[in-house]
Design a protein around this ligand. Structure first.
Ligand code: DGJ
Length: 741
């Protein structure tokens, strides 16, 4: 049993082979946090980890004592984990331990996505009951440790057992108090088109963190933070990840206090998410996933990749090879008819694609983005014989068919808005911001969710649809739901997310064979909450091969390659105007979930041949790409950012694929080596280079090489001045390594 309870010491020790997480009930009844780190011995009393003599003498909590669920108003002055306002206006919440239960397995959370187990032996959970002696507030704190993963998950349910209502004003899913501040904080920050850029800096006194108040987790910040020691690298050293399984307004931050300790917390954004807990009611708070690793930042990423693809993603597509797709968006945008789509699909089939996706523009009268969202009936001007006929024609080509929807939105120019203006988010009579010419539907209103289930359900059941791209193209402004009373308006943002999760649950249950891909103008809602329903995400609207290196590199901190939609598009690139070689575009997109976002009819013979070869190459390697261990080798966020490199190594180390990318060609680049990681040092590998070429890099590398030398000395990169000059900017190479038996 990996959860030990020492009765006399009142100490809970969660452990597996790699790590320990220790809590303890202080004399006052407060639940203290003692430790999160490498495995410690069981059967021992760790009372001395509580390093505050005041606590020992007076049994009162005072900062900097490390706490599991800190509240405000009783002597702890750091950022809190939970705050309330009682009916009498007071805000003191003195939570003390009442009891606990240890269970094998991991329970699901009511109405919220979470990581899971398939067998009880995979994890153990302790459920701790905390109560406030002066009110009737109770908290059910769930902490789970996985047996074979360096992962602890946290969530809580806040229960009001009293006769009066309580306002929940702060609800963090996890708080992690660490005894020193010698950490760097890494966050994933960006904007539309440059999502998940890495920002990494030492902690200093005060608070630093990320948040969203946009109604989605957002392009700007990801619900994640990582703490690492100054000397930690990708491959070695201590690092801690905190990731939130949530898709709406969140807060993730770290505070260094006056005593040089750290409090990190992740949870609901306290400024925009509050909850009125009526007498006798409760609220489930989302789950946070904590990872500890002494294998560097890469060790944290590896734990998230495995957990999220194996025990967060769910459904029939979780373990299946994901189809190579051609998406119509950048190829034809809104301008198509049935024959054009069938011609595109037929050309896609020739390339080896497996799925044709009809993006925006197929419904209502949508010739541009100014109308029709909400009117989910096929546009007979463009598709006169309807969706079933189109799907049949595409299926006959031997392709699966997929479709784009944006269910949470409504256009002011739509039949739905004429009928139900009150379903759009906003206060009736007050101006509402139109963004991308659209309003947001009030997903906090159950009527809206029921309606969407009906209309989207009827689209999905009208034809054999194999894939759905679920988009969300604007932020939420003027938050207000006509379905909520005044005292519940500050619940809107969370209720919105609960409505989205509800709709996702209903549709994924009803259509278990459909592969869902989530999207929010690219990576505006790329988070673990979405991954629970849609096992892949459209990572970014930017398909430029240079920008994508940054985006995919940053995304890989948390999210597995199999979840990362990565498409090859036409040049000049529609977002940056840059022209990059076709093979470079593919070499970046290979390290993700491959698709083509272009009109395949527009490719010339040479390009057709090249794309056919790319798709064939990818199919041969996708199992390894999607299930191997990902290693980041050279960061585009470091140095002058001119190079990026990464690799995927098979779990049994029998094969590896290495991607190396150079943005600008420079004169006389000098000898360059790329050291690999994760290979078997005693093995020999046959090295091949993709794309095939007759040049120095190929000649220098294509041979049998030892795993040891590939890791200690490395692959040879362009060191030949003339070849570098000949090849020019935006180059990429893929090195394929196969074990020599
Ligand atoms: C934004 C998405 O990210 C694009 O890929 C495309 O689907 C458009 N929306 C369609 O409106």
């Amino acid at each position: 049993m990996p959860i030990e309870w020492l009765e006399r010491e009142r100490q809970l020790h969660l452990y597996n082979d790699r790590m320990s997480y220790i809590m303890r009930v202080l004399g006052s009844g407060t639940l203290a946090h003692l430790y999160f780190g490498p495995r410690l011995a069981t059967g021992r009393d760790y009372a001395h980890f509580v390093r505050n003599s005041y606590v020992a003498r007076f049994n009162r909590v005072l900062d900097p004592v490390a706490l599991e669920l800190p509240t405000a108003g009783s002597g702890d002055f750091r950022v809190p984990g939970l705050t309330v306002r009682h009916a009498d206006g007071s805000t003191v919440l003195d939570l003390v331990y009442r009891s606990h239960e240890i269970h094998p397995g991991k329970p699901p959370l009511d109405g919220l996505p979470s990581t899971y187990v398939e067998h009880d032996a995979e994890a153990d959970t302790v459920e701790i009951c905390l109560v406030d002696g002066n009110s009737s507030m109770r908290v059910r704190l769930l902490t789970t440790i996985y047996a074979d993963r360096p992962v602890v998950t946290r969530s809580l349910r806040v229960i009001n057992e009293g006769p009066t209502d309580v306002k929940l004003t702060t609800a963090m899913s996890a708080v992690l108090d660490l005894p020193d501040a010698d950490w760097h904080l890494l966050q994933l920050t960006g904007a539309w088109g440059r999502e998940t850029h890495i920002v990494d800096a030492p902690l200093v006194a005060g608070e630093r963190g990320v948040r969203s108040q946009r109604g989605t987790s957002g392009h700007q910040q990801n619900p994640f933070l990582l703490l690492h020691r100054p000397a930690t690298t990708e491959a070695a050293g201590e690092a801690i990840g905190m990731s939130l399984v949530y898709s709406g307004n969140f807060r993730a931050e770290a505070e260094v206090d006056a005593y040089g300790t750290v409090r990190a917390r992740v949870g609901l954004d306290p400024e925009t998410v509050r909850w009125h807990i009526s007498a006798g009611m409760d609220l489930q708070i989302p789950e946070a996933v904590l990872v500890w690793s002494d294998e560097g930042i890469g060790g944290v990423s590896d734990a998230y990749h495995r957990l999220y693809r194996e025990r967060l993603a769910s459904g029939s597509w979780r373990d299946r090879p994901r189809p190579v797709l051609v998406n119509s968006w950048e190829g034809v945008y809104f301008d198509f008819d049935e024959d054009a789509l069938v011609e595109m699909a037929s050309a896609a089939k020739e390339l080896g694609a497996e799925l044709f996706v009809l993006d925006d523009g197929w419904f209502g009268q949508r010739d541009d983005d100014t109308s029709s969202l909400g009117d989910w009936t096929v546009d007979l001007r463009k598709l006169p014989s309807g969706l079933p006929d189109l799907v049949e024609r595409i299926n006959e080509l031997g392709l699966l068919f997929g479709i784009w929807i944006e269910p949470e939105m409504v256009s002011p120019r739509s039949r739905l808005f004429e009928l139900h203006p009150e379903w759009a988010v906003g206060f009736p009579g007050r101006p509402r911001s139109e963004i991308r010419n659209q309003y947001v539907l009030d997903m906090a209103n159950r009527e809206v969710v029921d309606y969407l289930e009906r209309v989207i359900g009827s689209v999905l059941s009208s034809a054999p649809i194999a894939y759905v791209k679920w988009d969300h193209n604007r932020v939420i402004t003027e938050p207000y739901s006509t379905s909520l009373p005044a005292e519940r308006q500050d619940e809107f943002f969370h209720r919105y997310m609960l409505g989205v999760y509800d709709l996702y649950s209903r549709l994924t249950e009803r259509f278990p064979d459909i592969l869902f891909e989530s999207c929010a103008g690219g990576g505006g809602r790329n988070d673990p909450g979405m991954l629970a329903f849609a096992p892949q995400v459209w990572t970014s609207d930017v398909t430029d091969a240079v920008e994508r290196q940054h985006i995919q590199y940053g995304t890989s901190l948390v999210y597995p390659l199999v979840a990362m939609g990565a498409h090859v598009s036409a040049v000049p690139n529609h977002q940056t105007g840059r022209t990059t070689p076709l093979d470079t575009r593919a070499a970046v997109a290979f390290f993700g979930n491959l698709g083509y976002e272009l009109d395949p009819r527009a490719l010339d013979e040479v390009e057709l041949e090249a794309v056919r070869a790319q798709v064939a190459w990818y199919k041969e390697h996708r199992e390894l790409l999607h299930h191997g261990r990902f290693h980041r080798l050279v960061s585009p966020f470091e140095g002058d950012g001119n190079e990026t490199a990464w690799a995927v190594v098979a779990d049994d180390r029998s094969a590896a694929l290495v991607g190396w990318y150079r943005t600008l060609s420079r004169p006389l680049p000098g000898p360059k080596l790329l050291r690999l990681r994760g290979l078997d040092p005693a093995a020999r590998y046959r090295v091949r280079v993709w794309p095939p070429a007759d040049d120095w890099v190929v000649r220098a590398n294509e041979s049998e090489r030892g795993g040891d030398e590939l890791m200690q000395q490395g692959l040879f990169l362009d060191d030949h001045a003339w070849e570098s000059q000949r090849r020019g900017d935006f180059q990429a190479r893929i090195f394929e390594l196969d074990l020599v038996p």
